[in-house]
Design a protein around this ligand. Structure first.
Ligand SMILES: Cc1cc2nc3c(=O)[nH]c(=O)nc-3n(C[C@H](O)[C@H](O)[C@H](O)COP(=O)(O)OP(=O)(O)OC[C@H]3O[C@@H](n4cnc5c(N)ncnc54)[C@H](O)[C@@H]3O)c2cc1C
Length: 482
């Protein structure tokens, strides 16, 4: 029998539950990654995300090389690939559990393809601490729909099951050697790609464990105070690594719990202490798990509002305004700076994501699903569950979403979270000469000043495409009417 470890969003050798699961020294595995033809053919896939994936595969292969093994990378449709292999040899496949509707369909198809053979596939929870099968339920036995209740249940469960964070395996003994793998590829006609070919599109990425260590040692304690400031560089920037599993969420959670101490469940005690930052950061990690849990339990959210009544909301299908939003040309500097950050770096600050999302749904009255799709096309850390959850939260259609009447005022957000206007000036160089007094609301600048500093609104930088106060009223009316 051949034992395959099918890597997906778990591209790491450290703290990997699949390896822990197969800690039997006598079973040596064959590491493989399938570039899924169904994903590669999609038009909404971000080039930056693909290039980052290639970088992760290269690093994984480097790590495997250090222990004498090597990664097989093939391109194909998983169900066909595995079925074909199972027709030649008895195989066992180990893979991490995945929660999106697409992944669940893919995995069911693979399982189906192996039916009536002696080959098997097993899915192991590897990218979240707790999922739907861990019995996190509301008092009436259904799935939890409110974050606060989920968080409490999650923390309690962890307190009783701290072992879930532990690993016990010796990596050197896990995989077949490169030579053995080459032989098997020859025998089974597996065409592994030359990983060096992926190099031309990849880029160097820092070891995520070092990024985490650095964040944990220098920034986490101030995370609560600083995380909302747009130009503070005060968040972990680990989202793309958590998405592809190059760092383990178990390691992050374990470090947080160790720092919080035995009584970590009593979150209230950390308020105004030097541990508050850790507690707030851990909550964000739990939000990540919550949205995966929601998507797993309610897969229909990928296509429609979680709160069904909002299916009826009236949207404008204004392609012109949508284009201006995408390009960062709305005339609202904070919105435009955030969109330009997304367009140039394929990442956006969380506060920025909330501001631009609110502007799209509540000021431009454009369906949140258009914005969700644009983020999917751009974000390096795109994750269906977090992206969908974030958009539905802002649009007021989600689980415990912001109430519909909480509408972000872009200028006020700007003054609060970019008080010196430095974030705006970084991404919108054409208004860098605008004095601080007007940087958040350049439309208030007197004409003489515009002439003096050579920033003419409507020529050098757009006038606002809508009036926030007016659009706010329209949004309130449309939401209220439902
Ligand atoms: C409209 C919208 C769309 C979003 N789309 C995505 C997405 O596609 N992928 C994604 O990973 N996050 C998404 N988020 C959540 C959040 O903005 C990013 O996770 C965060 O900005 C990533 O930066 P960081 O790693 O420095 O975060 P940190 O502040 O350092 O947080 C640590 C980790 O916690 C998780 N996290 C933090 N905030 C959230 C949150 N609100 N929901 C779920 N997980 C969270 C992420 O894995 C993040 O890496 C979205 C938020 C909104 C409002």
């Amino acid at each position: 029998m051949l034992n395959f470890l099918w890597f997906r969003n778990d591209l790491r050798l450290k703290d990997n539950k699949n390896l822990n699961f197969k800690s039997n020294k006598d079973i040596k595995m064959i590491p493989i990654y399938i570039l899924d033809a169904d994903i590669l053919s999609r038009r909404d896939i971000s080039a930056a995300r693909m290039n980052f994936l290639y970088s992760c595969l290269i690093s994984l292969n480097e790590n495997l090389k250090c222990i004498g093994s090597s990664l097989i990378v093939v391109e194909g449709v998983p169900k066909i690939f595995w079925k074909d292999l199972a027709s030649k040899r008895v195989i066992s496949i180990l893979a991490s559990k995945d929660y999106s509707p697409f992944s669940k369909r893919r995995d069911q198809a693979v399982e189906q393809g192996l039916k009536n053979t002696n080959s098997t596939i097993q899915f192991v929870k590897n990218n979240v601490v707790f999922d739907k099968d861990d019995g996190l339920l509301n008092p009436s036995g259904g799935p939890i729909k409110i974050f606060k209740s989920f968080k409490n249940a999650w923390l309690k469960k962890l307190k009783n099951d701290l072992g879930v964070l532990d690993f016990d395996y010796e990596i050197n003994e896990m995989f077949l050697s490169k030579e053995e793998i080459n032989e098997i590829c020859k025998e089974l006609n597996i065409e592994s790609k030359n990983i060096d070919d992926l190099k031309k599109n990849s880029f160097h990425t820092e070891d995520p464990n070092l990024i985490w260590d650095n964040f944990k040692n220098k920034k986490i304690s101030e995370y609560g105070n600083n995380r909302n400031f747009l130009d503070f560089n005060s968040t972990s920037k680990l989202s793309k690594h958590l998405k592809f599993g190059t760092i383990s969420t178990y390691r992050i959670v374990k470090d947080c719990i160790d720092a919080l101490g035995k009584n970590f469940v009593e979150f209230k005690q950390f308020k105004n202490t030097n541990k508050e930052g850790i507690e707030i950061f851990l909550s964000e990690i739990i939000w990540r798990e919550f949205y995966k849990y929601i998507l797993d339990n309610f897969p229909e959210v990928a296509k429609e509002p979680f709160q069904k009544k909002y299916k009826k909301i009236e949207w404008d299908h204004d392609k012109v305004k949508f284009k201006l939003w995408k390009k960062g040309l709305t005339g609202y500097p904070i919105v435009d700076a955030c969109m330009r950050q997304l367009n140039s770096e394929n990442w956006m600050h969380n506060r920025g994501r909330m501001i631009v999302a609110s502007f799209l749904c509540k000021d431009l009255h454009i369906n949140w699903q258009w914005g969700e799709k644009y983020f999917r096309e751009k974000l390096i850390d795109y994750d269906l569950s977090a992206n969908n959850g974030g958009w539905q939260w802002v649009a007021g259609t989600g689980t415990d979403a912001a109430p519909y009447f909480r509408i972000f005022n872009p200028a006020e957000q700007s003054k609060r979270f970019d008080p010196k206007g430095s974030f705006i000036k970084k991404y919108i160089p054409e208004i860098r000469n605008v004095p601080l007094k007007y940087i958040h609301e350049p439309w208030r600048m007197p004409l003489e000043l515009q002439n003096e500093i050579k920033v003419i609104l409507g020529k050098d930088y757009p006038k606002p495409i809508v009036n926030h106060a007016k659009e706010r009223q329209i949004a309130l009316k449309r939401y209220k009417n439902i």
